[in-house]
Design a protein around this ligand. Sequence first.
Ligand SMILES: [Zn+2]
Length: 341
Amino acid sequence: MHLLTLYYPEGHQNHQLPGHPERPERVEVIKRGLEEINLWDQVPRLEPLELTENNFSSIHDKEYLKILERASSLEQMLDPDTYTTRESWKLALNAAGGAAAVAEAVWDGKYQSGFALTRPPGHHACPSRGMGFCLLNNVAIAAEYLLQEKAASRITILDLDLHHGNGTQDIFWSRKDVSYVSIHQAPFYPGTGSLSEVGGGDGEGFTLNLPVPSRTGDLGYITLIEEIIFPFLVRKKPEILLVSYGFDTHWRDPLGSLQLSAAAIRQVFDKLRSWVEGNCNGRLAVFLEGGYDLEAGRVCGQAVGSSLMDQPWQDPLGPAPSAEGDAWRHTLADAKSIWEM
Ligand SMILES: [Zn+2]
């Protein structure tokens, strides 16, 4: 079995708006970073799957898919942040199909792990609307594909983007076949993801949110993952772990201020890898979400890729220049009490 497969969104440069932070260079710098550590050429890349209408049916409303296709044909904005171009509809379908291809290859055991450079990104895309630079919810579509086509029954989506993945949370809110976990900066866009949001109906207890303050830094982030997220994963017993990853948690990011180092991100992925090896047949698939500093993108892409390839790597950017805060300890204490950990 190969260690890693990649998905690269061919033609994604045609989804862009001059001056907008969600720009093609975000993916191109990850590609360059992976080339620099000799990973790009040795890792096989997958073509996107052609998804059926049924694969989307419990993720996005039919009406929204029509709105998106039409908006794209007219190059309209979906909201003040979220643009489309004439190619966006096709590229969004490709990104969703690429996400599903990576999830399938990892599920089938052809690869230990996968890294889908999905663009346009997905985790803010809700059942009936796109928002926050996101058109189709790639990770949710990948999860649904495994449930429908591979008879998966327990999937966990772990969202490590700076922002709360409100779209993914909404989609799976009242379901227990897909649990959703997010650690994100708060208060911050999009305003959701409080500790008290734990899912509803059949899905109550299947959503875990860890809102953390600015300047949380490496120690707080890793402590919360070890003390809250891993025990939650143990309870949920997923058959595969799908990770929404954004490099906007890095200290260089112009939008966020969580102040993580790329070395800490590497550590997090090393821990996830060893957890999945012991608990879900080693199945780990990663999907790109946000991240807006290009140097951070290049280096964080290396942190993720080198971890998944189990090869040594040094963080050239080093730790955040300013001191970490400790207000995250409140999140830790509150989460322990709510989740009885
Ligand atoms: Zn983000």
